[in-house]
Design a binder for this molecule. Structure first.
Ligand code: ATP
Length: 413
């Protein structure tokens, strides 16, 4: 049986004067998923978000919450729905004149009648969950950018919302910070189980954390589905989007995007007599780096691995980030033996890396490792199948185990 969406747009039309912004739009947002809305500037993404929170109402059609139309709800019911929402804005919107504690406590003071003791308990508990226990009395300007993002997220989560809306949370950040913020959102979304709705321009980065993507184009959704399906979609708008955002390269790693990679793969093997080889590089336990050292450090690990792979493979092949913690390499003209030599060389290079040295994390206790697996290529074989085959043969290239039972460090913030 199909799952009921948490939020559903049914034939929603919205115009300002003569100008139609949304034209009979349908959209489903499912509980406990990350749904990302992409579309060009001015297409109507914010107008759409405002319908979700009831700041705008449709001219035609309905917005439903757990199957019930907002328009059919009483004022009290609508307010109850509204209380389940929370937001995180582009520039955090923290008040500089308030301490981090006061910033996070603000929604509780504004929206609830909790006592001071209850507020203190709740805020301190949330700060501890988001690794902020040491900074309640500092001001936003006195902490790192990564921490300030976590303070903003803590404030968004303090009322235990069922849904958090993120309006372009990564605009203006460099690739490492951008990916760190996205992985932070994904991490806490899994941990707290809220439903996330993101509006973002940052494709392909946002693909790695989204369960569903909806693409708004000229008053309609032209696509709604998994990130992988969007990448496969043969529609001029996807092409246009990809080109206009220069997303032929993955910003974080400098490698091909999965889309370009798959095309190269299909073209590369089509006329080739050679069998070639496929390598999967995989970072095991990247989550423990995120948890113990920080999201930025985790992005450094991905970036470092990508640059070593790229350098080592050189002109012999091409690579792409295949998922959050996997890189796939195709060697069209080489066999398994050459591929294994490349893996060994990558392993040697990895061992020299700072991120894989104990001294980089003097106060933490965690472990992670980098693996690689190789399979021969096969004419016409599905890339995902080959990747799964390579994963089944993975071996450890390098690993780090830190056993110092100390707290999270701020080195990577
Ligand atoms: N209250 C309003 N009255 C009149 N026009 C509006 C109103 N709100 C939005 N618009 C218009 O609707 C269009 C869509 O705006 P919206 O802010 O939703 O775009 P967007 O996709 O979020 O863009 P961006 O990515 O630049 O934030 C714009 O042309 C905007 O001028």
């Amino acid at each position: 049986m199909a799952r009921e969406p948490l939020i559903e747009f049914r034939g929603v039309t919205k115009a300002f004067g003569e100008r139609v912004i949304l034209d009979k739009v349908d959209l489903c947002i499912y509980e406990r998923q990350v749904t990302t809305i992409i579309g060009k500037s001015g297409v109507g993404k914010s107008v759409l978000l405002k319908h979700i929170i009831g700041l705008l109402t449709p001219d035609e059609g309905e917005v439903l919450f757990r199957g019930k139309a907002l328009s059919a709800m009483s004022g009290e019911e609508r307010r109850a729905v509204k209380r389940q929402f929370s937001y995180m804005f582009q520039h955090n919107a923290l008040f500089d004149s308030m301490t981090n504690f006061e910033n996070i406590a603000l929604p509780l003071r504004e929206k609830t009648r909790m006592s001071e003791t209850e507020i203190r308990e709740k805020v301190m508990a949330k700060m501890s969950q988001l690794e902020l226990a040491e900074v309640p009395d500092k001001y936003p300007s006195q902490i790192s950018g990564g921490m300030a993002k976590r303070v903003a997220l803590a404030r968004a989560l303090i009322t235990d919302p069922a849904i958090v809306l993120f309006d372009e949370p990564t605009t203006g950040l460099d690739p490492i910070r951008k990916n760190a913020v996205l992985s932070m959102i994904a991490h806490y979304q899994k941990r707290f189980g809220f439903t996330a709705v993101l509006v973002s321009h940052d494709i392909p980065d946002v693909f790695y954390i989204s369960n569903r993507i909806a693409t708004l184009y000229e008053r309609k959704f032209i696509f709604e589905g998994s990130p992988l399906d969007l990448e496969q979609l043969d529609h001029p708008v996807v092409e246009e989007f990809a080109n206009s955002l220069q997303s032929l390269k993955d910003e974080l790693t400098g490698l091909d995007t999965r889309r370009r990679f798959e095309r190269r793969y299909l073209r590369g093997f089509a006329g080739s007599k050679s069998q070639g080889a496929i390598i999967v590089f995989r970072i095991e336990n990247l989550g423990s780096v995120e948890e113990h050292v920080g999201h930025i450090a985790a992005q450094h690990v991905i970036q470092s691995l990508a640059s070593i792979v790229d350098r080592t493979v050189g002109g012999a092949g091409y690579s792409a980030r295949f998922s959050t913690d996997e890189i796939l390499t195709v060697l069209p003209e080489n066999g398994v033996r050459e591929a294994e030599n490349i893996c060994k060389e990558v392993g040697r290079e990895l061992k020299k890396l700072d991120v894989l040295q104990h001294k980089s994390y003097p106060r933490n206790c965690f472990n992670f490792s980098i693996h690689a697996g190789v399979v021969p290529g096969r004419q016409g074989a599905d890339l995902k199948e080959l990747a799964a085959g390579a994963l089944a043969r993975q071996r450890v290239l390098a690993q780090l185990e830190c056993q110092n039972p100390e707290r999270r460090s701020d080195i990577a913030q």
